[in-house]
Design a protein around this ligand. Structure first.
Ligand code: FAD
Length: 511
């Protein structure tokens, strides 16, 4: 740990090649959620206290380090940050930052955080286990070459996020197609440019849209098809984040949309809720739109993709098999489609719900370990969780605030259709509790807030509307979440507070 000031000893029973570092806070996960946690912790810790930041990746940035090279932010860049740290890019506010720009900004965020708190970085180390003994959390980390390292800390924040890792190419029986993953094959590169073979994009979410946009604009006139699953709609960036004078008089603040959506959703009416959301704030080009993953798309991106794509198939690809005269795509519905040999099959099937990690509550019994993950989600986005949950942790209110946690991973697996409305409801419910538990400054300093797009008077009005109604709405949101829990047999509710409740939960887990 070059330049480290973390207190280090070798008297805690480590092995011969093992060191023990001591610190006040250890954050595992150097993505934007971990950086938000660090930003907030920096408001509570003094300069003399030490933080250790650990990540299994070899640099800062989380999933942005190794997802496809042409990924861009889908929201204006200023809203993707740690705390209220401003960008130094110097671009107009609607600019959608590229992957290198996002990574540069996250580096900048850590530099800014380090002005307030001492942070030591440990990259290339995976958290292997943690134990709490006598008010100390003992964290064991492992490097790829097998080295072990122990960190003793007062608090641990595990900011694992959605556990995004690069996607592999789809495994297909055909030897005559070129099955690629955008994470390893840049669709803008020489290989794909070298021929005119059709491109089949498998997936209908953000990666598919980024890929479709890259290929229809990069190779005009080329055959580009999308196998879009159940289809997807996106939030229209033009309607929710308008430019110029419309910021004053048009558009809909995303906080108001969240409130309205959660009011409409009752845990069983996802079809009507989706129809309302799509009609009032959505943009899409697929003939069906069974999915909505909180993604943003502009009307012009949508139109460019729609105009450039040859065919959209609403189905799920199962395999591609070689036939005497070419290749056949096989779909889940039983349908099939002949395609020429040499076609490109690009895996854009998404990153969520790929790798099941064991459930753990968002906070340990002692309050010393907090976990930001999808199995015990408390808000709609991991960035928000990193920010607000760390405020709760350092205000010693993490255990007293009866937040609902949702196994968003399990719910997504069980119902794509319900998932987005469930996480919006969860966010509304818990933001209501958070606004009672945290000072107004915690909300004012949250640079992730998309309402910051709008001029101050409109934001203040939206804030006042929330403050006037959130306690009244809370009971409805609670009932919706309880309905979802019973309907899908998912974990959804407050953490058990008594030993009896805890042991009942543990018994249920084993069952
Ligand atoms: C293709 C794609 C595009 C996206 N685009 C946007 C966008 O435009 N705007 C937006 O707001 N969101 C976007 N998202 C969502 C995105 O995932 C989040 O915004 C955000 O970057 C996630 O940050 P995170 O810190 O929660 O997780 P990550 O970035 O995944 O960071 C978690 C970190 O934890 C580390 N880690 C996990 N387990 C361990 C362990 N045991 N030991 C050590 N380290 C560990 C991982 O290595 C990782 O670096 C996108 C997601 C994907 C997949």
């Amino acid at each position: 740990m070059p330049g480290s000031s973390a207190r280090r000893t070798s008297d805690a029973g480590p092995g011969p090649d093992e060191t023990v570092d001591r610190c006040d806070l250890c954050v595992v996960g150097a993505g934007v959620a971990g950086l938000n946690a660090l930003f907030v912790a920096g408001r509570y810790l003094s300069r003399e206290q030490t933080v250790i930041l650990v990540d299994r990746r070899h640099r800062l940035g989380g999933m942005w380090v190794d997802t496809y090279p042409y990924v861009r932010l889908h929201q204006p860049h200023g809203m993707f940050t740690a705390g209220n740290i401003t960008w130094t890019l110097g671009r107009e506010r609607s600019y959608l930052a590229t992957k290198p720009e996002v990574l540069d900004h996250l580096d900048h965020c850590l530099d800014v955080i380090k002005e307030r708190v001492h942070v030591d970085e440990l990259f290339g180390w995976s958290l292997e286990s943690e134990d709490e003994v006598d008010g100390v959390v003992r964290v064991v980390c492992r490097a790829a070459d097998g080295r072990r390292r122990v960190i003793e800390t007062r608090r641990l924040i595990k900011a694992f996020g959605a556990q995004v890792v690069p996607n592999e190419p789809l495994e297909l029986s055909s030897t005559r197609v070129r099955s690629v993953s955008p994470d390893y094959c840049d669709v803008r590169g020489d290989e794909m440019r070298a021929d005119r073979a059709p491109i089949w994009i498998i997936g209908g979410g953000k990666t598919a849209m980024d890929t479709a946009h890259a290929v229809v604009t990069g190779y005009p006139g080329r055959e580009v098809n999308i196998v879009a699953g159940s289809g997807t709609y996106f939030i229209s960036r033009d309607r929710t984040l308008p430019n110029g004078f419309r910021r004053w008089v048009g558009g809909a603040l995303l906080s108001r949309i969240g409130c309205e959506l959660a009011r409409r959703f009752d845990g069983v009416n996802e079809t009507e809720t989706a129809a309302w959301m799509r009609a009032t704030h959505g943009t899409w080009f697929t003939p069906e739109t069974g999915n909505f993953l909180l993604g943003l798309l502009s009307e012009s991106e949508n139109a460019t993709i729609a105009a450039g794509v040859t065919d959209v198939v609403i189905d799920h690809l199962v395999d591609a098999v070689d036939r005497d005269d070419g290749v056949e795509l096989l779909f889940r519905s039983g349908a099939s489609r002949p395609i020429p040999a040499g076609s490109w099959i690009v895996n854009c099937t998404g990153y969520l719900v790929r790798h099941e990690s064991p459930y753990e509550p968002y906070v340990s019994d002692s309050g010393a370990v907090m976990s930001i993950n999808l199995r015990s989600a408390t808000l709609h986005l991991t960035t928000y969780m990193g920010y607000f949950m760390t405020h709760l942790m350092f205000s010693d209110k993490l255990q007293q605030t009866p937040l609902y946690e949702l196994d968003a991973f399990d719910l997504r697996r069980k119902s794509n259709a319900v998932f987005p409305y469930a996480v919006f409801t969860l966010a509304q419910y818990n933001l209501s509790l958070l606004s009672d538990a945290l000072p107004g400054s915690a909300f004012r300093d949250c640079g992730l807030d998309p309402d910051r797009w709008y001029p101050m008077p409109r934001r203040m009005l939206a804030g006042a509307q929330f403050l006037l109604s959130h306690r009244r709405d809370r009971e409805h949101h609670r009932q919706t979440l309880d309905t979802l829990r019973d309907r899908f047999a998912i974990r959804c509710g407050p953490l058990p507070t008594t030993p009896e409740e805890r042991s009942a939960t543990e018994t249920a887990d084993v069952g």
